[in-house]
Design a protein around this ligand. Structure first.
Ligand code: BGP
Length: 466
């Protein structure tokens, strides 16, 4: 007998977090307020020609002064959790030494306001705004930066972990290393795409691998410092842009090939953090360019974490199994593959499912958070004051559908943070690239929730894809 359809929406797990994300330099503005030191982005964005339209984060969305309004808007949007980043040079203007209590005070007030609004704070300790004073002493090329990061993390845990239960150490190791210290050149559907981040260095491979090592060492030091200084039960993990090989067809052979390539693609970061060693394929490939490290370093780097956070936008590649030496073959992406508006952003919502599943099967973490996913679209406020970003709604519906597939299979994804809560300074892409659920008019600082904010609210309310 045919069963009548119920149209019941498959739900996410009851404790699933519907979050949104941001980063200090992209939203705060007030670069000199209350004793803040300069960051590498304050320096870099003022070098003519580095940023699109020479945009800088000097004002951004003025969140430093408007945080209460912004939290009210997030509350109205039904947000459960907010992932923000703490600006290291607000806390330690010189990178280390004496802390600046006024800097801490801003985040303390932000956290209180979030808790008052019923929104869980998730703090990222480093989202790319290194104190310039540390850059002047070698930045991530120096091990001392890792030690300074540990001290900074301990200080934050001591002062905020009574109210913040979850910390992410570093945002996107892969990009901070490769885009920041050499710049990357990609070809997306036949078109060249160049991306650089501050400090905009051009290091050789050996130095780049050492920067990568210092960054994971800093992560490990921060994990240990948070364990030592945080309130018992404080949770910590990385927020890495996971490089994912997506099996083009879901067969056991292709999945095995995808696991192999994904481990290799994340060898310098998630893999060494989770396994405590650099995998053979990485050390072979690096040869004489491998970083210098000790066994003690590897122990610190692999200090146990409570969760893995992954930023997921695009597959690094589509793959299938092969009998060649590597064991996989990359499937080239067709020029007709659909795209979102950032030059690098091909539309592949299934990467949400595969990134979660491969993170689970390769590294078996206790919990997984999607610390970023979202898209830029060409949003305009219409004559009636509305922003109809239906393409972002389409994007989110598909991405979250794939994530729902992951949670329904038992993969322990505890939440998702949409990038981003508000339109903001998209690094060298400037203000023209709009990623927000809430539109910002940069002339007037007027905030307008977009259609996608209404979608988010209903999806969060139903705890399902709507
Ligand atoms: C991630 C960053 C975010 C955000 C996002 C959007 O790599 O962690 O800070 O900027 O990308 O992409 P983009 O700004 O590169 O267009």
């Amino acid at each position: 007998m045919l069963q009548a359809a119920t149209y019941a929406k498959p739900k996410f797990p009851d404790d699933f977090c519907w979050g949104v994300a941001s980063a200090a330099y992209q939203i705060e503005g007030s670069p000199d307020a209350d004793g803040k030191g300069k960051s590498i982005w304050d320096t870099y964005s003022h070098i003519p020609g580095k940023m699109k339209n020479n945009d800088t984060g000097d004002i951004a969305i003025d969140h430093y002064r408007r945080y209460k309004e912004d939290i009210r808007l997030m509350k109205e949007m039904g947000v459960d959790a907010y992932r923000f980043s703490i600006s290291w040079p607000r806390i330690f203007p010189n990178g280390d030494g004496m802390p600046n209590p006024k800097g801490l005070d801003f985040y303390s007030k932000l956290v209180d306001e979030l808790l008052k609004a019923g929104i869980k704070p998730f703090a990222t300790l480093y989202h790319w705004d290194l104190p310039q004073a540390l850059q002047d002493k070698g930045g991530w090329q120096s091990r001392d930066t890792a030690y300074a990061f540990g001290e900074y993390a301990g200080y934050i845990a001591e002062n905020l972990s009574d109210r913040v239960n979850n910390f992410f150490t570093i945002n996107e190791f892969q990009n901070l290393v490769d885009m920041g210290h050499r710049g990357i050149d990609m070809v997306v559907q036949g078109k060249p795409v160049k991306i650089e981040l501050a400090p905009g260095l051009k290091l050789n491979q050996k130095s780049l691998n050492q920067v990568a090592h210092n960054a994971v060492l800093a992560h490990g030091m921060a994990v240990q410092a948070i364990r030592a200084s945080g309130k018992p039960g404080t949770k910590v993990g990385p927020a890495e842009v996971m490089f994912c090989g997506v099996p083009i067809i879901d067969t056991p052979e292709n999945v095995k090939a995808a696991e192999k390539v994904t481990r290799h693609l994340n060898a310098r970061f998630l893999d060494v953090m989770q396994t405590g060693k650099y995998c053979k394929s990485y050390l072979e490939e690096a040869g004489k360019d491998a970083p210098e490290f000790t066994d003690e370093d590897l122990k610190i780097i692999s200090s146990p974490v409570d969760f893995i956070g992954i930023n997921v936008y695009i597959p690094k590649m589509y793959v299938m199994a092969s009998d060649n030496k590597a064991g996989y073959e990359e499937i080239p992406m067709n020029v007709s593959h659909p795209k979102m508006s950032s030059p690098w952003h091909t539309f592949s919502p299934e990467v949400l499912y595969w990134a979660a599943r491969l993170t689970d099967s390769i590294w078996n973490p206790k919990e997984i958070y999607i610390t970023e996913n979202g898209c830029a679209t060409s949003d305009v406020v219409d004559a009636n004051g509305k922003v109809f970003d239906e393409d972002r709604v389409m994007y989110l519906r598909n991405a979250m559908g794939q994530l729902q597939r992951a949670t329904s299979e038992g993969i322990p994804v505890k939440g998702n943070f949409v990038w981003s809560a508000f339109d903001n300074l998209e690094w060298t892409g400037g203000y023209g690239t709009r990623f927000g659920l809430i539109h910002v008019d940069y002339e007037t600082q007027k905030r307008t929730p977009k259609l996608s904010a209404a979608w988010f609210k209903e999806a969060a309310r139903c705890n399902a894809v709507v």
